[in-house]
Design a protein around this ligand. Structure first.
Ligand SMILES: Nc1ncnc2c1ncn2[C@@H]1O[C@H](COP(=O)(O)OP(=O)(O)O)[C@@H](O)[C@H]1O
Ligand SMILES: [Mg+2]
Length: 326
């Protein structure tokens, strides 16, 4: 049976298709899974199926881990606030695929930003949304037990983004290795693991978070740092001050949601992680595809290296971020 036929059979088994023709249309997929929009007589849905092997790092990771953690994250996040994640409709029997509700008319935030449509208050909503999930799951033994994905997080996040750069940079290696150890050791809240503008839909009810394959019980500062990094890189790419303002709004809104520990500590860890992630996006295994201009890379690299050596809390980092060469 083809992948498509298996998916259709699975959807029929779950009672999601009704009578009539079913059309599968591939959505722009990433490296780790197949994603289809499925037109059914009862309305459009999305089916996502992890590929048996990733085309990037960590070939050994079983699809079951990634599919299951994503479904669990989506359900948990909807339990915190229903508008921030798509509704999971069914887990399908083949290949750990699942079906979720298709959100019509919701652009991907990255496309909006790259087209110059920078909605600063929306960035604040993103910060509030991530913080809400972190606050709801902080110091929660049940959530900790539900997301025991340390190995996966190490393979897909810690190794490629922090340790890879450490291995190629003798001077920064001690700081980056210490940061990787600290990140791996903190078990504080449920982390999404891939809060990037390309995984956020812009809906009338605010941000909708997708693509939680890297979800882990860990350090919430990581999600904040990951998303801020993307906005700061795009600020350099476009030179647009509103992207720096969006980063500031994200951090400020997130900060108001921190109720599980001292906010200053979270923001200091997030500042260190952001510095490391910025460097990883110009020197690491997974460079930002749009930062090809050598001047842009230099702007990011010079600031990131300085910040790794002399960390600053994330609010300050963002306030001092330079988008252009001096
Ligand atoms: N529930 C949904 N409603 C509308 N579009 C979706 C939905 N889920 C995914 N998409 C679209 O499919 C794309 C890929 O989905 P994503 O979960 O990010 O998978 P990948 O791992 O391939 O990046 C998203 O960027 C978005 O455009
Ligand atoms: Mg994605």
């Amino acid at each position: 049976m083809t992948a498509e036929a298996e998916i259709i059979a699975g959807l029929q088994g779950a009672g999601l298709t009704g009578e009539g023709e079913i059309i599968l249309e591939p959505l722009t997929g990433g490296v780790s899974c197949d994603v289809w929009k499925v037109e059914t007589p009862t309305g459009p849905i999305v089916v996502k199926r992890p590929l048996p092997q990733l085309r990037v790092a960590a070939e050994w990771l079983a699809p079951v881990e990634r599919g299951t953690s994503e479904v669990r994250w989506l359900r948990r996040a909807r339990g915190v606030k229903p508008s921030i994640a798509p509704e999971v409709l069914a887990e399908l029997p083949t290949g750990h695929a699942f079906a979720m509700r298709f959100l019509p008319g919701c652009p991907v935030w990255k496309d909006e930003l790259m087209a110059g449509r920078v909605d600063v208050p929306f960035a604040g909503e993103v910060g509030r949304g991530i913080a809400a999930v972190h606050a709801a799951t902080a110091h929660n033994e049940g959530d900790r037990a539900d997301f025991p994905n340390d190995e996966m997080f190490r393979a897909l996040r810690v190794d490629p983004f922090l340790l890879y750069v450490a291995q190629h940079d003798v001077e920064l290696a001690p700081a980056l290795t210490a940061l990787a150890d600290d990140l791996s050791g903190r078990k504080i809240a449920l982390v999404h693991g891939d809060v990037s503008p390309k995984n956020i839909l812009v809906s009338a009810d605010g941000p909708v978070f997708l693509d939680a394959e890297c979800a882990v019980y860990g350090d919430p500062a990581f999600d904040l740092a990951f998303c801020t990094t993307h906005l700061l890189l795009k600020a350099v790419w476009s030179g647009d001050a509103r992207l720096s303002e969006a980063a500031a709004a994200l951090v400020a809104a997130y900060r108001t949601g921190i109720d599980w520990e001292d906010a200053e500590e979270v923001l200091l860890r997030a500042g260190k992680l952001t510095a490391a992630l910025l460097l990883a996006r110009v020197e690491g295994k997974s460079p930002a595809p749009y930062l090809t201009d050598p001047d842009h890379k230099r702007i990011v690299r010079d600031q990131a290296r300085t910040l790794i050596r002399a960390p600053s809390p994330l609010g300050e980092l963002v306030a001092h971020w330079k988008r252009t060469l001096p």
